[in-house]
Design a protein around this ligand. Structure first.
Ligand SMILES: NC(=O)c1ccc[n+]([C@@H]2O[C@H](COP(=O)([O-])OP(=O)(O)OC[C@H]3O[C@@H](n4cnc5c(N)ncnc54)[C@H](OP(=O)(O)O)[C@@H]3O)[C@@H](O)[C@H]2O)c1
Length: 241
């Protein structure tokens, strides 16, 4: 879908890949709905966008289904339609399978798996009503790997892959195109924002398996724009040489 004058909801827009995506889609002429928990950071992101970019801020905790429904309702009431939902909010958990705290695992399941589900369930009726739309779920390249120390995080993204690919089949008849996008390692505060088990504080993922150089959030955002325009079932960042 061409994005000029289209209404795009971006979750996790207060920093990192979400903020970069807001900038890239604003430059492409989209109307934006920015969601995350931190209202002050969303305000700062909105102020940094080109002045002509129409922007609505809706502070939202994506783990709370009522708040997610309110996000979708407010976006629809404000702009009269929702063309693209980008389910981007997410958090990592660093811990061994043998010792990880199940409460921490539950916490990232609520955000990384149920967050996108809440978004999809709230937006589908609106998209059906308007004749279609695009849903982009931000997964991860680690959802196709078995990297020690981040298995629980990766498993939430494995689950998102299954949900997304199946939803694409289920919703095709309603002209709703579901896209799964996989960033690789990206230069954001994602690592700092991760939940880290006490026994992993000094652990570094690249000690176990060397990682390629990280992509910039802006490079990832341009690839997400490409995914929005071309609407593949799945797209990932190319591995840097
Ligand atoms: N960076 C990487 O290397 C990398 C690699 C592969 C995939 N990814 C995926 O890309 C996405 C974005 O990652 P990032 O690197 O931009 O991470 P980030 O810089 O840590 O940003 C995460 C975003 O999610 C929001 N968020 C966290 N908890 C939330 C909640 N309960 N409700 C609503 N929003 C919430 C945060 O805002 P608030 O704190 O204001 O709510 C923030 O805007 C994630 O899904 C991540 O799994 C990242």
């Amino acid at each position: 879908m061409e994005v000029q004058n289209k209404v795009i909801i971006i979750t996790g827009a207060s920093m990192g890949i979400g903020t970069a995506t807001a900038r890239v889609f604003a430059k492409a002429g989209a109307k934006l709905v920015l969601a995350a928990r931190s209202a002050d950071k969303l305000e700062a992101v909105a102020h940094g966008l080109p002045p002509q970019a129409e922007t609505l801020i809706v502070p939202t905790d994506m783990t709370d289904q009522t708040q997610v429904r309110a996000l979708i309702d407010q976006a629809y009431e404000h702009f009269g339609r929702i063309d693209i939902l980008i389910n981007n909010a997410g958090q990592a958990l660093v811990g061994w399978v043998a010792t990880v705290n199940p409460d921490h695992y539950r916490q990232i399941i609520e955000l990384n798996m149920l967050g996108p589900l809440h978004g999809i369930q709230a937006v589908v009726p609106k998209m059906k009503e308007q004749g279609g739309g695009v849903i982009i779920n931000i997964s991860s390249s680690v959802s196709k790997m078995a990297i020690p120390g981040i298995s629980t995080y990766a498993s939430t993204k494995y689950a998102l892959n299954g949900l997304s690919l199946t939803a694409r089949n289920e919703l095709a008849a309603d002209n709703i195109r579901v896209v799964l996008f996989h960033p690789g390692q990206t230069a954001t505060d994602f690592g700092k924002n991760a939940l880290i088990e006490e026994n992993m504080v000094n652990w570094r993922p690249d000690a176990a398996s060397p990682m390629p150089a990280p992509d910039s959030a802006e490079a990832v955002a341009y690839k997400i724009l490409e995914a929005a325009i071309t609407e593949p079932a799945e797209m990932e960042m190319p591995i840097q040489g």
